[in-house]
Design a protein. Sequence first.
Lengths: 131, 126
Amino acid sequence: MKYILMMNADKRNFDAYAKWSKEDLQRNVAFMRAFNKELRDAGVFVATEGLGAPNEAKSVRAGGDGEPITDGVFPESKEFLAGYWIIDVESPEQAYNIAARASSAPGPGGTPGSMPIEVRRVLGGFADLGL
Amino acid sequence: MKYILLMSGTKAGVDTYHAWSQGDAETHMAVLRSINKELSESGEFVATQGLAGPEEARVVRGETKGVPVTDGIFPESKEFLLGYWIVDVESPERAYAIAGRISGAPGPGGAPTNMPIEVRRLATER
């Protein structure tokens, strides 16, 4: 079964991250690289992506004339997706264990970031929606 | 450049969707399928995924004695990711146009859902 592990953060979190020292960033990135390699070696890796910063984000709705209506204003509290992993595992518990590893990625000064990781099952296709 | 188009909704929104008639849901999905097909044909399609409902969602924070700390309680206002598309397009405007098409997919009675679609650039290029 496939699960998606999502890192969400509000704008303040992103601003704080932008101020991390080079050393802290390098330590975090080294962890993420090793983590991705572990997932590949374990045969559970499906995909991973990092997203651009929220200041580039747009919310789009359909316009009456076929032109999209874009908006770049979001509530202060809005959680933005920062990045995700998709893994293919045997059980939800295995997904939670891997999410806990991701959550332990080092933050400033090398202490575990303890970032919340949202774990969601990924659907196989339209059939899973009952259609 | 790659963009991810995120469709999100609250639990209340998802409950509303579950109350759609079978016909409305099928019409909605047929339009999404045809958008996927168009994107494949234009070479802009990269990936799409739908996520299981919020009731299965868990948040994991670190671990205590080797056991992950999981929680399934979320604020009422929490927006859950319902699904996403990744597209490889020439410009952000093209990504917005595709997001507009998705937002315009029909809901109950055939009227556009007008769901907001969040458009984000992917930072990882491989």
